[in-house]
Design a binder for this molecule. Structure first.
Ligand SMILES: [Fe+2]
Length: 156
């Protein structure tokens, strides 16, 4: 049965907030990763890669807010501490050195990780009847899979 946020049990709210916090953390780390690559990518495809990494960080910056504000709607704490986000994130930082293919591959991996995290969070929300969180997670997961496809297509 569908449950609005206010009618979920505290246990369900906490579990969903935890899953969303992982998604938020990975989105924040990936925002920085995309900006890092936007600045430091080199090679003959500099122009389109520079632009694509910008598309990614602009999308992710908005998504951070969407995820954090859903956490607030669920009465949770929106994590805003970078060191804690890094600890929770399955997406790793990058030193910004390396060739274009290395950066595209690292970003593809980050997008696939995020798609999996958001798919899991969406399933968890659905299990608790929180269809509104599920909807946000599905939309985010689809966007990450779209970016993963863009990136993968560069490497074939
Ligand atoms: Fe720029």
């Amino acid at each position: 049965m569908t449950q609005p946020a206010a009618q979920l049990s505290p246990t369900a709210q906490e579990a969903i907030v935890e899953a969303l916090t992982q998604g938020l953390s990975e989105t924040a780390v990936t925002t920085m990763l995309a900006q890092n690559f936007h600045w430091n990518v080199t090679g003959m495809a500099f122009g389109p890669l520079h632009a694509m990494f910008q598309d990614i960080y602009e999308d992710h910056f908005t998504a951070q807010d969407d995820l954090a504000e859903r956490i607030k709607a669920l009465d949770g704490h929106a994590l805003g501490k970078l060191s804690e986000m890094l600890k929770r994130s399955k997406v790793d930082e990058h030193d910004g050195h390396g060739d274009d293919k290395t950066m595209v591959a690292a970003m593809q991996k980050a997008q696939e990780t995020l798609a999996a995290t958001l798919a899991e969070a969406g399933q968890l929300a659905a299990d608790h009847g929180d269809t509104l969180t599920e909807d946000l997670c599905i939309a985010r997961g689809q966007t990450h899979e779209k970016f993963a496809w863009f990136l993968r297509s560069h490497l074939r």
